[in-house]
Design a protein around this ligand. Structure first.
Ligand code: FAD
Length: 296
């Protein structure tokens, strides 16, 4: 099913993001996680892609396996920066042939030791255009958004200008970078609307289960972790159980506030684990079930 159509029907979306594991054991664990999350009936799940093309085969294999062996709608992430246009078209053709209908169109970050092919799409909006030109409506296209601004954006005006370019090129919806301060998300949506951009922007939620790891991710992508949360987490930096408890509690409050403010869905960065996401979902389940009443 196409995610854009699901969102346009007004259905509240719940989604989970996974990465393609490197080992057979990792893949077995991922499919256990997927089975654990299946009872929530997510609107869709998504599988990330290595910008250097390093996970090309693994991403496709996991996407195909989810599509074949479960009833879940799956979206393949695809980064364009390290691929020639023909390589991108081949990947998309393969996806279309196996019945994949949803692509998260991304630029990715060029690995330091590689040179981009001469005709590579340099920004995600070019990838969106390439998909629409060659595949018309065969895919529903999602794009990334950055409520606190992408690290390469000097200001929010710049951020919105280039986000709008992806939407004008044909993106149906967006998923945000993780954030921990909802006001950034609300301000971003407001700025988009002022510029006439109304596609659904789904907040990306990162349940904190490992403080050092999330601090590293957050500083890389410029996501602010509020001081009061850092103060709570720091004393337990080496205590995963306590960190998860605090992280889950924080994410529940964050999601409750987002739900009260009418978000179109919630996208969880699962890091291939189900426990924290299930705990968060269970706590907000009643509100979400009420919002998901539109039958597909
Ligand atoms: P773009 O939208 O092309 O733009 C990034 C920035 O470049 C813009 O914010 C703007 O500052 C600038 N810019 C854009 N267009 C122009 C222009 N025409 N001229 C000048 N400047 C411009 N990475 C992966 O490698 N694999 C994944 O699977 C993956 N999944 C992701 C999922 C989500 C939900 C998010 C939010 C990010 C994901 N990323 C992934 C990370 C992403 O690839 C990086 O953030 C990357 O740096 C930017 O990709 P983009 O598609 O947002 O780029």
């Amino acid at each position: 099913m196409k995610i854009g159509e699901i969102l346009r029907s007004g259905t509240f979306s719940v989604s989970f993001e996974f990465f393609p594991p490197k080992t057979e054991e990792g893949e077995r664990e991922l499919f256990e996680t997927i089975r654990n999350l299946e009872h929530i009936s997510p609107t869709f799940v998504s599988v990330t892609y290595g910008a250097g093309g390093s996970t090309r085969d693994r991403t496709k294999r996991v996407v195909e396996k989810i599509h074949r062996e479960t009833n879940l709608t799956v979206m393949a992430h695809l980064t364009c920066i390290a691929h020639s246009k023909q390589e991108i078209l081949n990947i998309l053709e393969e996806y279309r042939n196996i019945g994949i209908e949803n692509i998260l169109a991304l630029r990715g970050d060029m690995p330091k030791n590689l040179e981009p092919p001469a005709d590579a799409c340099k920004y995600a909006y070019e990838l969106v255009m390439l998909i629409r030109e060659n595949f018309k409506e065969a895919f529903s296209i999602g794009v990334a958004s950055y409520p606190e601004g992408h690290p390469e954006s000097p200001n929010m005006e710049w951020e919105i200008r280039y986000f709008k370019k992806k939407v004008s090129a044909g993106a149906d919806f967006s998923i945000t970078q993780m954030f921990f301060v909802n006001e950034y998300y609300y301000r971003f949506v407001e700025l988009c609307q002022k510029e006439g951009v109304y596609i659904p922007i789904i907040p990306g939620i990162m349940p904190i289960t490992n403080f050092k790891q999330v601090s590293k991710f957050a500083s890389m992508c410029g996501a602010t972790i509020p001081d009061e949360l850092i103060k709570k987490l720091e004393p337990y930096a080496d205590n995963q159980e306590e960190t998860t408890k605090i992280g889950v509690e924080f994410a529940i409050r964050q999601c409750e506030d987002l739900l009260e403010n009418g978000v179109p869905g919630l996208h969880f960065y699962t890091l291939n684990k189900s426990k924290a996401t299930i705990q968060i979902y269970e706590a907000i389940k009643d509100r979400i079930e009420a919002l998901r009443k539109v039958e597909l």
